[in-house]
Ligand binder design. Structure first.
Ligand SMILES: [Zn+2]
Length: 140
């Protein structure tokens, strides 16, 4: 999977975060749902002086009413399945959409300023997704 191949730079400082809950409400039906297990994911973050990665320890839940499996909410930290924090995404997107910089330049600046490697293919996907979110429904 190419998305798993995001480069982890040497000298990365790993900061641990916890999103572990005993119980969460089911996002589908609202029923209190006990923790079934836990998982860990790593997110590349904006670095200060050196690369930073967040290691998120999170709980996995199963709804007793509708049997739906779900993870502790962390959309504020990262997109579902994403390898980068929202801070990285919004900072890079601003360089493209507000500053109008080409993707190659944004990649260089993110690496130089924040020690985070964001490939142009990922930047391109973020730009497309941002455009789709802002686009009114039914307009192509
Ligand atoms: Zn449910």
């Amino acid at each position: 999977m190419s998305r798993q191949e995001a480069i982890i730079l040497p000298f990365t400082r790993v900061e641990k975060r916890s999103r572990v809950y005993a119980t969460r409400r089911c996002p589908a039906c609202g029923a209190p749902s006990p923790q079934r297990s836990t998982g860990t994911r790593q997110l590349r973050d904006l670095g200060v002086g050196r690369p930073v990665a967040l290691e998120i320890h999170y709980s996995k839940h199963r709804c007793p009413r509708c049997q739906k499996y779900f993870n502790a909410p962390m959309d504020d930290l990262a997109e579902p399945g994403g390898l980068y924090t929202q801070r990285v995404r919004t900072t890079a997107l601003a360089k493209v959409l507000v500053d109008g910089l080409p993707l190659g330049t944004v990649q260089e600046q993110m690496l130089r300023e924040f020690y985070v490697h964001v490939p142009p293919t990922t930047l391109d996907r973020w730009v497309v997704e941002a455009g789709e979110k802002d686009r009114p429904e039914g307009v192509l």
